[in-house]
Design a protein around this ligand. Structure first.
Ligand code: GRF
Length: 244
């Protein structure tokens, strides 16, 4: 079977996006700074992060949002037991969607920047492309996927003894850290690295990688190839001729 080429995702102008974050917010800050840059503002499809949602009332992102003048809503995750975990996940998605609708302009993209909750298919459906099995929801993960998915990627990769690690940006699907990979960046682990220095190396790569990913998307550089052999949608990035 031959791979079939599929067109790219639809982009609104501006790309009104919600940013979801649970913690410190350093990735969010890097993205908000990029949104203010001339490069973004002059782009054909400028990113406009118009809403921030956090599940954590103590998240660093709350004051960062204030600094950037972006509305931030705290949407706490419903408490409960293991038995009603699925129900609570659905409830949470419904609350997120309700919060999206408070925004005046239609929000067409979701960016997860250290968001530690699992998104359900009803949330993903809100951002679904009509012609491909893909939602306009992206995430950054601090490992070279598919290695070390999950909530403790730096710790897991370091403990495993990897010689290289990195970060991955990808589209989000129903499975954890699984959707089509957009971009990756790598770093070497040196013998003197501690978990702290290993994480610091990684984080310093996450920020530019995430910004690069926003640029790839807004410049309409993404193409999707449907791989019949494993039913996976893979991303191909169109390079500029003058880029290396
Ligand atoms: C980052 O390492 C991100 O990749 C991971 O959680 C961390 C969040 O850091 N999912 P920050 O809140 O962006 O500073």
């Amino acid at each position: 079977l031959k791979d079939s080429f599929i067109e790219t995702i639809s982009l609104s102008n501006p790309i009104n996006a919600v940013l979801l974050a649970s913690g410190r917010g350093s990735n969010a800050k890097a993205l908000l700074e990029y949104c203010r840059s001339e490069e973004n503002l002059k782009s054909q499809n400028p990113w406009n992060i118009c809403l921030i949602i956090t599940d954590n009332p103590n998240a660093g992102i709350i004051s960062i949002a204030k600094d950037f003048g972006v509305h931030c809503e705290v949407v706490e995750y419903p408490k409960g037991t293991k038995e009603n975990a699925v129900e609570r996940r659905e409830q949470y998605s419904a609350s997120l969607i309700k919060t999206l609708k408070i925004n005046e302009a239609e929000i067409t993209f979701a960016i997860c920047a250290g968001f530690m909750k699992i998104l359900t298919s009803s949330f993903l459906d809100y951002f679904k492309e009509s012609h491909i099995e893909l939602s306009r929801v992206i995430n950054i993960h601090p490992s070279l996927l598919p290695s070390f998915p999950g909530a403790h990627a730096y710790e897991d990769a370091f403990a495993y003894g990897v010689a290289v690690s990195g970060a991955t940006t990808h589209f989000v699907d129903e499975k954890i850290d699984n959707g089509p990979i957009i971009a990756q960046s790598i770093f070497n682990r040196s013998p003197s690295d501690t978990l702290g220095s290993f994480k610091a190396k990684g984080l310093s790569q996450e920020h530019p990688l995430f910004v690069k990913t926003l640029k790839i998307i807004q410049n309409n550089k993404l193409r999707f190839i449907e791989q019949p052999q494993n039913s996976r949608l893979v991303v191909q990035i169109i390079e500029d001729e003058n880029e290396n």
